[in-house]
Design a protein around this ligand. Structure first.
Ligand code: GTR
Length: 332
């Protein structure tokens, strides 16, 4: 155990002792910590903050949320671990980062599994979405799946050689999220996939450790990646939604009424974030254009080449999720 983990564990133990002492617990105010890699003003951050305001009002201040944005508590792997041990309540993370912890979610990490972002929204809003939230809750991994969040589609961006078609990816070192599916995806397209935490993306591009990365427009712009990567290629290889997971340890310590409030406000946060996302995505593209970023739209034909290239990824990971993939495809 690192010193930090020991301190965290000690804190959790102290909190648990306090919580179990009946009367104190009933009255005690509880500040629930939330972690997000994105800065203040980002849709996911605002949606969780607003959830916190509603919670505070509805519980007369007994519960409130303290947001730690902009990677103050580390990257997404760290956020998941902190929620698992009860050191924080909310981890808003990508399903890309959650897949290695809860394998059922990896079906959403298969390239081109969704036809478009609207299809993805219909899937997460429907029975499949609820089923996967429940899988998180019942996984025994110390997490409760509370809500989904939109994150648009992911595209490639590079610091030196712009990507007009797949051939331009050849040999380029591209940062991907820490999930083997994405490494294989990048490699199958001819690039070298380099898995790194989100906290390392900017500096790795700046120092030339990687030649580029891939992400949605808001992350590209509002996390400042566009200051080092000057071309952005719209190919939409991944549509990966995000989740707000909460610590099961803390969740279980709440009253049934409080849990119900959390679930209700979680559902509202999902819809609120979607509206904020649509505005933010457009703002990001406008800002990128205004900053002189070369925006490259891949042709329909080239997109087919990208899709064909990821066949080995589907051959390797797809069969396990065949039933679920079929159900996803059946969603209109
Ligand atoms: C962003 C996402 C983050 C994080 C990041 C990444 O789009 O909102 O949760 O997963 O991508 O690439 O690591």
């Amino acid at each position: 155990m690192t010193t930090r983990r020991i301190i965290l564990a000690a804190g959790v133990l102290a909190a648990a002792t306090l919580l179990s002492s009946g009367a104190v617990y009933a009255q005690a105010k509880l500040v629930l910590k939330a972690s997000d890699v994105h800065p203040t003003g980002y849709p996911t951050v605002t949606a969780v903050e607003d959830l916190g305001k509603k919670l505070e009002k509805a519980t007369n201040g007994r519960l409130s949320v303290a947001m730690y944005p902009a990677m103050q508590l580390g990257g997404e792997k760290e956020a998941i671990e902190q929620a698992q041990v009860g050191a924080i309540m909310f981890a808003r993370v990508s399903v890309g980062a959650l897949g290695p912890v809860i394998d059922d979610l990896n079906v959403f990490n298969l390239p081109y599994v969704f036809r478009n972002t609207e299809h993805m929204q219909h899937v997460i809003d429907g029975p499949i979405g609820q089923e996967l939230l429940d899988k998180v809750t019942n996984s025994g991994k110390g997490l409760v799946g509370l809500a989904w969040m939109d994150a648009g589609a992911r595209n490639f961006y590079t610091t030196k050689k712009a990507i007009h078609n797949m051939a331009d990816l050849k040999g380029q070192k591209i940062r991907v999220m820490g999930n083997p599916i994405f490494v294989d995806m990048a490699n199958s397209m001819g690039a070298n996939g380099v898995p790194l935490g989100y906290d390392q993306v900017f500096s790795s591009m700046q120092t030339g450790v990687v030649d580029g990365a891939e992400n949605n427009p808001p992350s590209f712009v509002f996390d400042n990646h566009y200051q080092v990567a000057k071309s952005y290629t719209v190919d939409e290889h991944l549509i990966v939604p995000e989740m707000v997971v909460v610590s099961k340890k803390i969740y279980d310590s709440l009253s049934k009424d409080e849990q119900a409030l959390l679930v209700k406000f979680g559902k509202e946060a999902q819809q609120e974030e979607r509206k904020l996302w649509a505005v933010y995505e457009k703002q990001a593209m406008d800002k990128a254009k205004a900053a002189g970023i070369q925006i490259i739209q891949v042709s329909a034909e080239d997109k087919k080449a990208f899709q064909a290239a990821v066949k080995p990824v589907w051959d390797k990971y797809g069969p396990k999720y065949a039933d679920m993939v079929k159900r996803i495809q059946d969603v209109k």
